[in-house]
Design a protein around this ligand. Sequence first.
Ligand SMILES: [Cu+2]
Length: 198
Amino acid sequence: MSARTARLLLVLAAFLAGLASVFLIIVIVTGRNPVPVASASAVGGPFRLTDHNGRTVTDQDLRGHPFLVFFGFTHCPDVCPTTLFEVSEVLGKLGADAARASALFITVDPERDTPEQMKDYLSSFDPRLVGLTGDPAAVAAVAKAYRVYVKKVPLDGGDYTMDHTALVYLMDKDGRFVAPFNLKRQPEDAAADLRRYL
Ligand SMILES: [Cu+2]
């Protein structure tokens, strides 16, 4: 092997190693919040859960209004609070029109997220946000209907966290899935987008 070929191979090896590490980082980063792909009609469905005031809420109660749905949990370190803050900003920009739309925060951690815990947690966000919880089977069924990935991950010391899909779903007034709702834009733009479905 000539010195030149050896050097080329070395460069190639370094390049591939770099590529592999970049790929690994992408997998690790996205692996925390896998986004399942599903057709529109396959997202959403009937549910019966309990809101943060202890009242029963079903999908039928939401008919006639578009709504946003986000799945998460109150012990979430950053994705959930950031998303709920962004949704709060959109509700703020909707102003009075927010009365004709809903924004749901459905827990993926019913074990810890009791209605009281949800109420306490949501007090930091727009008061129009509705926290929903229920028995584990009911919550698992809703998560499944929305094609939400949920995984309990044990932490050192006996604690645990939840890996979960971090999409916000926009549902229309008939309860049909429209599209993932983009919050990475100006809140007034997101509000204008939501207003089109009122
Ligand atoms: Cu979260």
